[in-house]
Ligand binder design. Sequence first.
Ligand code: HEC
Ligand code: HEC
Ligand code: HEC
Ligand code: HEC
Length: 204
Amino acid sequence: MKFLYKIISATAFFLIFINILLHSNQRGRFTYMGVDTCKKCHNEPKGLNQYSIWVVSPHAGAVKTLRSSKSKKISEKYSIKEPAADLRCLACHTTGGGRYKRTASEGVGCESCHGPGSSYYEISNHVNFRSRMNGYVKAKKLGMYPILKYEDNLLKREKLCLSCHNNKRLCRPDNINEIRKQKISIQVIDKLRKGDVNFIHPLH
Ligand code: HEC
Ligand code: HEC
Ligand code: HEC
Ligand code: HEC
């Protein structure tokens, strides 16, 4: 009887262990590759030119911003000594929130908006030249975020943009007019354009 009990409890523990293993694996399934991985293909003169548009956009300079005197001043309020190395600032100023060495200083890179690329970055996992929709459907199962216009996903895209562009952020201005100026409207989210800042980067 005692022996049987031992076997049953050992089996139960084994199953719990496997379950934990499976779930931890699920959660950490996708990770970040960094802009240089995407640049390998998305840096052509035409069509696949997304990198050259990104690299001159404010998103690419978001870590550099954390080294400015303005950042120093903001940081004093929170007793943050080195904003460009502090997760409280990097949370929105770089890909993966500063938790990944490979993307700790690239700024708001491709994968901040398109999702961690470790499983979809290879061409066969996100591209289908006969049906772009099919390529995208496969990529979404492998970690790509559903923010493109193949389907009506403006609300999901809005959620993504506002996860950083919100008024809870530590660097929000004190002045109400400044807050208004920095607001990202649904038109900006739709068109990827705000005044002089224009980072629209379609394939064709
Ligand atoms: C080996 C080359 C290659 C690499 C590496 C690569 N891409 Fe692509 N990507 C392509 C090609 C080619 C297309 C489709 C072009 C077409 O349909 O005309 C594409 C399409 C896309 C699309 C449009 C949606 C889709 O699935 O078709 C997105 C978004 C995208 N890539 C993002 C990325 C990101 C982000 C990375 C880095 C994590 C990346 N790509 C890495 C070659 C690549
Ligand atoms: C991971 C966080 C993050 C995400 C996601 C994000 N942004 Fe940003 N964005 C930033 C940061 C940080 C800056 C400031 C960059 C700098 O100047 O250093 C910025 C700057 C901008 C600017 C220029 C500043 C301004 O207000 O004129 C625009 C426009 C913008 N983002 C639009 C968008 C849109 C549209 C989306 C969604 C498609 C988006 N962003 C997604 C973090 C993010
Ligand atoms: C919740 C996301 C988030 C966090 C956390 C965050 N930022 Fe920002 N930061 C943004 C966004 C979004 C912008 C772009 C604002 C705009 O101009 O529209 C920005 C812009 C800035 C700017 C330039 C805009 C300006 O006001 O002139 C500075 C400087 C800055 N952040 C510093 C910091 C510092 C320092 C920290 C840490 C104490 C920090 N940020 C934390 C999202 C964030
Ligand atoms: C601030 C968020 C953001 C960043 C950063 C960003 N993208 Fe995008 N990207 C988008 C959004 C939103 C769209 C959809 C635009 C549309 O449908 O009008 C898009 C569209 C695309 C497309 C075109 C899909 C199509 O069917 O036309 C490709 C390819 C792409 N991005 C690749 C990249 C690459 C590569 C990088 C980095 C060099 C990058 N993106 C950086 C938000 C972003």
